[in-house]
Design a protein around this ligand. Structure first.
Ligand SMILES: Cc1cc2nc3c(=O)[nH]c(=O)nc-3n(C[C@H](O)[C@H](O)[C@H](O)COP(=O)(O)O)c2cc1C
Length: 326
């Protein structure tokens, strides 16, 4: 497949592995990159900037393909992480969770591409005006932090793709080849996946997390943390019940103290849902297996191609031999 995104990033398939806090290590990103998608190492969930340098080394020991580094601007002083990210010379740095204005010029000055995650048309237009090379539009069905406006991927991506000149990447709820094809039909140049990449052989999350992803349906994710101004979509569980009770009834400590990075790590890496939580999007309803990253990516591309052929009869053309046989 060739789109403006594959051209921009120098990858085989128009598929980006989203930033995955505590999860997207150098080794995991290398598996994604070797499968032909655009991989990212997540920086700001690591303990120190030196750890980022180590993860990049681990990536480069396994892959010479292009890769990105994801930097969340919100929760901690980001400057040292951004410096380490720039020093690592990735193909692109993606920025999320804050105002990208102070950071974009520094990244561009280093000759590194900038991707900006947005959850509204306003943010998308601002990111383009500031010099973003591509914008990733994340709809409210996505896993992890979502926007405050509750706009779904179908409408958000279309709005942003109509308004911007730079390539737009569709994110939130994309979990298979049909989602990829739909995103391209909306005018996106590719997709970003978070939740779907969790249920893969190489993903370093706890087996209980993968099992929960297989089990959960699309109606089961819940949004927590609205009152903190940073809502996020999670899988249900005992600790999420505690969070929700606090949201309804209040509690002594502020809500965010129940939703720390440590609680997330405990859920994702230790599989402890009694004292931890995990992010997931509505796309869990589409997850039925735990393939290798390569099989997942290859299957998505094949499904998108088959879907395109299968649509041909709708427009009065013959379609694929498989479609004709049905
Ligand atoms: C477990 C998990 C962790 C995430 N961590 C980050 C992160 O650190 N930085 C980021 O930009 N996005 C993060 N996201 C959002 C994803 O990159 C992506 O935008 C989102 O998952 C897309 O929706 P989907 O889950 O339906 O594919 C995370 C998502 C999940 C599921």
């Amino acid at each position: 497949m060739r789109t403006r995104l594959t051209e921009l990033l120098g990858v085989e398939h128009p598929i980006i592995q989203g930033g995955l806090a505590h999860i997207a290590t150098g080794a995991f990103a290398a598996a994604v990159a070797e499968a032909g998608a655009f991989a990212q190492i997540t920086a700001t969930s690591l303990p120190t900037p030196d750890d980022l340098a180590r993860e990049v080394e681990a990536f480069r020991a396994r892959s010479a393909k292009p890769f990105g580094i994801n930097v969340a601007m919100g929760h901690r002083p980001v400057d040292a992480f951004l410096e380490a990210a720039i020093a690592a010379r990735p193909t692109a740095i993606s920025l999320t969770g804050g105002n990208p204005a102070p950071y974009i010029p520094r990244i561009k000055a280093a000759g590194i591409l900038v991707l900006v995650l947005v959850a509204s048309l306003r943010q998308a237009e601002k990111a383009e005006a500031l010099g973003a090379d591509a914008v990733i539009a994340v709809g409210q069905e996505g896993g992890g932090h979502i926007g405050r406006d509750d706009v779904g991927t179908l409408v958000l991506v279309r709005r942003v793709a109509q308004a911007l000149r730079v390539p737009v990447v569709a994110s939130g709820g994309v979990a298979d080849g049909a989602g990829l094809l739909a995103a391209l039909a909306l005018g996106a140049a590719g997709v970003e996946l978070g939740t779907r990449f969790l249920a893969t052989v190489e993903c370093p999350v706890h087996p209980r997390y993968k099992a929960a992803l297989l089990e959960a349906g699309e109606t089961e994710t819940v949004v927590v943390g609205r009152s903190t101004g940073a809502p996020g979509r999670v899988l249900p569980g005992p600790w999420v019940d505690v969070i929700r009770r606090h949201e309804q009834e209040g509690g002594e400590a502020p809500l965010w103290t129940l939703m720390t990075a440590e609680h997330n790590r405990r859920g994702a890496l230790a599989g402890d849902f009694e004292r931890g939580f995990v992010w997931a999007g509505q796309g869990v309803g589409l997850i039925r297996d735990v393939p290798s990253v390569r099989d997942l990516v290859t299957r998505m591309v094949r499904e998108a191609e088959a879907g395109w052929h299968d649509l041909a009869p709708v427009f009065g053309r013959a379609g694929s031999p498989e479609a004709a046989a049905r």
